[in-house]
Design a protein around this ligand. Structure first.
Ligand code: SF4
Length: 356
């Protein structure tokens, strides 16, 4: 049982982050934000996938202005991601952004941070302090001999203090490095030093495969330790995949589930059906479903009945076809429908142990 770290709660639009709130799943659009039509279309796809907070890049004034039109056509909170120019953060807040993400290390000094804070307070929106190992302040790089976890946390705390000094407390923090070890070490240090809610992520995690592995490890390790209030899985892909991955990580840790869970065996020399094809078909058929059901798709009867007993629906491969398996223990239909472990391909009894 994971003991969740207790953090202060903030609200991003209508979504609570921190405290006892469910760990929310976020993503970021990759359309030009000023292209309202394309951005709204992408956010709607993200909403359908379960995304709960979306971030949009604000590299120019047209993007900041576009937020008001985007907001009018989507349901989930929209956070403006701003670098370098504090005026864009102010414009985005005034256009209706539900939150701001700034990297104080590159926003241009305390006077400009104060201007952003004053605007966020007036608009009633929170700020995410997003520290990135690639843009740490020079003095901290020198003091900590590079972008170390200690240096990243020092940067975050410096800005938290700056905001506290301005009596602004609606803050969450992210500390992103592109490697898992530094990311995990930095978040651990941060969690020990403050009760602020944290946004988890491994930045520039990479292509689909390496990004998934890095994020599952980094985010998963922290979640298992009770650290993390909201998360984004960064992938060089359609952002919808980020949302799916976020829920998969939460589900794997039994923290939160959205949609069906498909359990499939890895296949082995006993497999005589097109298991990959069947799994793909099941996955496609259930895409977009929010039903919390568990489906077992197994290559043969060695593990099929056992897995099916734990699932709502099960299929086990036979000679050239799959067999439906009982839905629940004690299912009156079960004894009739259960695959009976008949001869494995080649005429021999299926062995008891499976490599699956
Ligand atoms: Fe799949 Fe295990 Fe059967 Fe092999 S023995 S086909 S891995 S269930």
């Amino acid at each position: 049982m994971i003991q969740r770290r207790i953090t202060r709660q903030i609200k991003v639009g209508g979504v609570p982050v921190g405290g006892a709130a469910a760990i929310s799943v976020q993503s970021m659009t990759n359309t030009p934000t000023r292209d309202v039509r394309a951005t709204v279309a992408q956010i709607r796809r993200l909403e359908a996938a379960g995304c709960e907070i979306v971030r949009v890049a604000v590299p120019d004034a047209a993007s900041a202005q576009a937020i008001s039109s985007i907001k009018a056509r989507v349901r989930i909170p929209v956070v403006a991601d701003v670098h370098f120019d504090h005026r864009l953060a102010i414009a985005a807040a005034r256009a209706g952004a539900d939150g701001l993400r700034i990297n104080p290390g590159n926003i241009g000094g305390s006077r400009k941070v104060k201007a952003v804070v004053d605007c966020a307070r007036a608009c009633g929106i929170p700020i995410r302090i997003g520290v990135n190992s690639g843009s740490l302040e020079k003095d901290l790089l020198k003091k900590y001999n590079g972008a170390t976890p200690e240096g990243m946390v020092a940067s975050a705390l410096r800005h938290v203090e700056l905001l506290r000094g301005l009596d602004f407390h609606d803050v969450k923090v992210s500390l992103k490095a592109s490697d898992v070890q530094r990311t995990v070490a930095a978040y651990r240090l941060l969690a020990a030093a403050t009760d602020l809610p944290v946004h988890l992520g491994v930045t520039e995690a990479g292509t689909l495969f390496s990004g998934l592995v890095k994020s599952a490890l980094g985010i998963g390790m922290l979640l298992a330790e009770g650290i993390g209030d909201t998360l984004r899985v960064s992938l060089t892909r359609d952002p919808v995949e980020e949302v799916r991955a976020g829920f998969e990580i939460l589900a794997a840790l039994d923290i939160r589930r959205r949609g069906p869970e498909i359990i499939a065996c890895p296949t082995c020399g006993r497999t005589r059906i097109d298991l990959f094809g069947i799994v793909e078909r099941v996955e496609k058929a259930l895409a977009g479903s929010a039903a919390p059901i568990r489906i077992a798709v197994m290559g043969c009867v060695v593990n099929g009945p056992g897995e099916a007993r734990e699932a709502d629906v099960g299929i086990a491969g036979g000679g050239r076809r799959g067999r439906p398996l009982p839905e629940r223990p004690g299912d009156p239909e079960g004894s009739r429908r259960e695959a009976r472990g008949g001869p494995a391909p080649g005429g021999r009894r299926a062995p008891k142990k499976s490599p699956a």
